[in-house]
Design a protein around this ligand. Sequence first.
Ligand SMILES: C[S@@+](CC[C@H](N)C(=O)[O-])C[C@H]1O[C@@H](n2cnc3c(N)ncnc32)[C@H](O)[C@@H]1O
Length: 320
Amino acid sequence: MHSKAGHAISFASRRALCKTPSLSYSTRLLPFTRGNHTQPQPQQPPQSTNSRSDSTTHFGFRTVPTEEKESLVKGVFSSVASSYDVMNDAMSFGVHRLWKDEYVGTILNPGRRGPVKCIDVAGGTGDIALRILDHAREKYADRDTSVCVVDLNPDMLREGETRFKKTMYHNTSQVSFRVANAQELPPNEFPDNTFDLYTIAFGIRNCTDVPAVLREARRVLKPGGTFACLEFGKVGNPLFAQVYESYSFSIIPLMGHILAGDRASYQYLVESIRRFPSQPDFARMISEAGFATGEMREGKGGAWRDMWGGIASVHMGVKM
Ligand SMILES: C[S@@+](CC[C@H](N)C(=O)[O-])C[C@H]1O[C@@H](n2cnc3c(N)ncnc32)[C@H](O)[C@@H]1O
């Protein structure tokens, strides 16, 4: 579990502190296209808020005891870790890169107002962290922005660490990796009011208790700090939704089977997308967690911005 690398990258502590920057909520959401989120939702999953052994939650389309979900999710990502980046490209035909580029480069624009201290939760193999650091450096000659990559799964982080070893950020204070649960970031390692920017990309839908994740995000952010979430959403156009649904449920698990020898994990991934709340419902959760958001609608001045007709969407909030 150890990194040979220096102080900045350590799995050994499994829970250590990382600190980061501030992006003011540049409500710079671009002009958006209105989404019409009418796609039927699967039955709403119970959001567990406790660990009673009689409580249940969803794991894809399955109902499982709440306390089991975390280890099931961990199993999925341990299983996909080594093929995760390749599979992302294959399943999305590279489109996930465009979404992430837009999320980081256009919407967050790190470094614009000086160095930021970031935490990238459910950061996996470091896709977002690398974009944040590259963007700040390439666009603003900023080498002081830093990212703490946090994930439940050490296998995913290990892939990230390997990737960062090939970059100039390796062994610098600009990046660190920590194993921790988004729902309960250890306060001794992640104190209150620490970060300027909290990002979570394609991670929150895997968490058992989304309100707990949002609470923790708010706790670790500095006042004025930005919460930003990139996640799969609901497609507004019914025809496009149908095509997307067929593709998701027929092709993606098959690709997982053929390319990664793992159909079940990819079946879970598409089911988890279906189970996640719609954009308006998730926006309300962010607001209820105490973040200031835009108006409860998609687009400019709204709480979220859709990409590709709602396949993915970006939600933002500011800790007041
Ligand atoms: C689909 S991957 C996304 C990785 C990366 N953010 C990206 O965009 O490529 C989801 C990640 O969420 C992590 N994860 C799931 N539940 C978590 C939790 N409760 N706390 C922290 N990370 C979690 C998984 O281990 C996995 O690495």
